[in-house]
Design a binder for this molecule. Structure first.
Ligand code: SAH
Ligand code: SF4
Length: 382
């Protein structure tokens, strides 16, 4: 070795077991020559008891615990800050590897508590009214970083104790990012959300929201049966092309057919697609738009969730007046649709759709946006 060169030993990176599904964990244990049931024991420690230290896993045997310590880790993402709203909404800024921040929001409501989870740092799809879109895309979250948001929320309420009741009853993939563009990690995370050895949520209580990545949605139908929300936001392609650029690739008729095929593939025939429609003053909020929407969705198995636009600095859009929202709602109601209007929660901590968090890249503070209210899920849950 030449003089002056210092030898360094790069630590071998350990595999993070937090984001592994049951099948992946069984595979991991098989690879290291252990029995499958070890996967089940470890899953329960991680997701039922919140344990990250192998030495605490007393049913594993000392030799295996020591071995796991050298090979693996259980590392949730870190919390950068936490804010509580006066209405009970709690929001976390979560720091992920590389210094970026993403958000998760827990919205308690009666006997439900809905956790809104992020899937990417930023988003590449550039919807014109969305502040995450304006940030651009930074990177996909790992499965550990996605399921880690559920883990952190429960941990934050000390929710591991037996008999404590569920801290998180519902999950919506409506945080930062387009979940279908981070397909494998999102599918693994949703698998864990629904697995009894992890969070055991019913498929009706986990909702994926997409702006319409049609090929990925077609693929999802073969792998998953969680609830589906489609970000439609327009009654025709002309308007949708302007506000959701992805529509130029996958126009409305293709998207609606793919979403219908998704729910048709489910065993539970009563399920419907949630249509999300963000109301933007003067853009898509007029009575004629509502009438056009009733024609478009006639005979379509859906319910409609209206989201009055949540403003952010330099958005270029405005929130419609209460009257405009009511007029729009009335047209749909009178046509026989099930329609909810999403109310804003966590206003005092900027936890509503379309607000806050920043420091993507450790450089500029930028606003991201947040999703809030989920009355619509009540109907989905039946
Ligand atoms: N990328 C996915 C999921 C995250 S966005 C999607 O687009 O569906 C979740 C929902 O919030 C979407 O319906 C999105 O269009 C909507 N949304 C984004 N920015 C918003 C804003 N500023 N005001 C109101 N709704 C917004
Ligand atoms: Fe991405 Fe969804 Fe925002 Fe569109 S609305 S830019 S898909 S996060």
């Amino acid at each position: 070795m030449p003089d002056g060169v210092i030898a360094t030993t790069k630590p071998i990176s350990k595999v993070n077991l937090l984001g592994m599904t049951r099948a992946q964990l069984e595979h991991f244990f098989a690879e290291i020559g252990e029995k499958k049931f070890r996967a089940q024991q470890v899953m329960k420690w991680i997701h039922h008891q919140g344990v990250c230290d192998f030495q605490v896993m007393t049913n594993l045997g000392k030799a295996l615990r020591d071995r796991l310590e050298t090979l693996a880790e259980i590392t949730p993402p870190g919390i950068s800050s936490q804010q509580d709203s006066t209405d009970g909404t709690r929001k976390w800024a979560i720091s992920v590897t590389g210094g970026a921040l993403v958000e998760a929001v827990l919205i308690p409501e009666g006997d439900r508590a809905t956790l809104c989870v992020s899937s990417q740092v930023g988003c590449s799809l550039d919807c014109k009214f969305c502040s995450t879109g304006k940030q651009g895309f930074q990177r996909d979250l790992t499965a550990a970083e996605i399921i880690g948001q559920v883990w952190l929320a429960i941990n934050s309420y000390d929710g591991w104790q037996p008999g404590k009741g569920r801290v998180v009853t519902n999950v919506v993939m409506m945080g930062m990012g387009e979940p279908l563009l981070n397909f494998d990690n999102v599918v693994s995370s949703m698998d864990l959300m629904c697995d009894d050895l992890a969070y055991g949520l019913s498929k009706r209580k986990v909702t994926l929201s997409t702006s319409g990545v049609v090929p990925a949605l077609d693929k999802l139908a073969e792998l998953s049966d969680v609830s589906l929300a489609i970000s439609l936001h327009a009654p025709n392609d002309e308007i949708r092309n302007k506000i959701v650029p992805l529509n130029r690739r996958y126009p409305i008729d293709k998207l609606l057919s793919s979403a219908r095929a998704y729910i048709d593939a489910q065993t539970d025939k009563k399920r419907v697609v949630t249509i999300e429609y963000t109301l933007l003053a003067g853009v898509n909020d007029q009575v004629e738009h509502a009438q056009e929407l009733t024609q478009l969705l006639k005979d379509y198995p859906c319910k409609i969730n209206l989201i009055p636009f949540n403003d952010f600095p330099n958005s270029g859009f405005e929130r419609p007046s209460g009257n405009a929202v009511s007029r729009f709602w009335k047209v749909l109601m009178e046509a026989g649709f099930i329609v909810t209007v999403r109310t804003t929660r966590g206003d005092d901590i900027d936890a509503a759709c379309g607000q806050l968090v920043g420091d993507v890249n450790d450089r500029t503070k930028r606003s991201a946006r947040y999703r809030a209210q989920y009355e619509e899920l009540e109907t989905l849950e039946g």
